[in-house]
Design a protein around this ligand. Structure first.
Ligand code: PHE
Length: 336
């Protein structure tokens, strides 16, 4: 009986087929209930004990060879199945290209414009302390101007809050660096305001700061004029007197948008002018708070809301769309 094993081993090793039926017949011949392997197992029971070990090993070699062969045939037929089903020359599914959020598109554009005239980008935390968001910016406790910005507090005494403006980055940057300095600080800001089509409790600002010797209001005006020309293609601006605790004098900047269309009338409320930012000369008290000598250095700062500018540039009418993550809106900003 055992002498048959060598021939069977050769037969098993040489067996090749891609036909399902032939493979199945091969399986039944060896591994079926009445197959060759069963015969060997029955035979093994009758082998005298002292020869069982050797016989068992031989039979086992055959068993392993049969099972290995069946495994190999099975995986080979599976891969030919895939090859038959799939057309491997077919082009791959296109990768979905993402797109930049319109806020980032406009933010990057604004950064590019200011970079071209020497501004660097600075960053600060969204969770702020009272010093950087208020006190150092010349807004002492109980100052009525704090009411201009409704604050989300995280903790009180000492106060930890969500920054209400990016002006806090001015303070952080001036504390850490020496003039001359020229920075832009883009980022999210938070105010406890009712959400409507025109305002949101989260929005984005870009802050600008320039400190050097002999910086004047004329520098501020020229810089802003350069900016509006680059961004909107409109160079006519006006500066209206305003108030911010951290700048003196302070101004609100309007761009002359024109009255050439129905939309122009609507977005400028019939005046032709659009307000785009707050600005002014950095108050000497602020410079003192960050240990910069106000007799030696002066500078300007400005701050603008990004959403408003995006809405203007892309003719969007509802600020809530920026935060809804609706693919149908975001897709429209896909790169070509
Ligand atoms: N921080 C001001 C605001 O949020 C804007 C501003 C920045 C004004 C810098 C003047 C200078 O309204």
């Amino acid at each position: 009986m055992l002498e048959k094993i060598d021939d069977l081993l050769t037969e098993v090793q040489n067996f090749q087929s891609s036909s399902k039926d032939e493979i199945e017949q091969f399986r039944i011949r060896f591994n079926g209930k009445k197959g060759i392997m069963t015969d060997f197992y029955d035979f093994l029971k009758q082998v005298p004990n002292d020869q069982k070990k050797v016989a068992g090993q031989k039979i086992n070699t055959l068993k392993v060879a049969v099972n290995d062969k069946l495994e190999a045939l099975k995986s080979a037929s599976e891969s030919t199945l895939i090859l038959e089903k799939e057309d491997l020359t077919r082009p791959a599914f296109p990768l979905e290209l993402g797109s930049r959020h319109p806020i980032n598109l406009v933010k990057n554009k604004i950064i590019d414009i200011f970079k071209s005239i020497g501004f660097a980008v600075a960053d600060g935390p969204e969770i702020e302390d009272d010093w950087h968001n208020f006190t150092a910016l010349n807004l002492p406790e109980y100052h009525p101007a704090r009411d201009m910005q409704d604050t989300f507090f995280i903790e009180q005494n000492p106060d930890v809050l969500l920054r209400t403006h990016t002006s806090s980055v001015q303070i952080r940057y001036m504390e850490e660096n020496e003039p001359p300095m020229r920075i832009l600080a883009p980022g999210r800001v938070f105010r406890n305001e009712a959400v409507s089509s025109r305002s949101h409790c989260i929005f984005h600002q870009i802050e600008g700061l320039y400190i050097d010797e002999n910086v004047s209001f004329a520098d501020l005006k020229q810089t802003i004029q350069f900016f509006t020309t680059e961004l909107f293609g409109k160079s006519k601006i006006r500066m209206r007197p305003s108030y911010f605790p951290f700048t003196e004098p302070s101004a609100e900047v309007d761009v002359y948008w024109g009255l050439n269309s129905e939309t122009d009338y609507r977005i400028t409320k019939g005046t032709g002018w659009l307000e785009i930012m707050g600005c002014g000369m950095v108050d000497p008290a602020v410079l003192k708070n960050v240990n910069i000598d106000p007799d030696k250095f002066s500078g300007y700062a400005f701050g603008m809301g990004i959403e408003r500018i995006v809405m203007l540039l892309y003719q969007m009418s509802d600020i809530r769309m920026f935060f809804e993550n609706d693919i149908r809106m975001l897709e429209q900003f896909k790169p070509l």
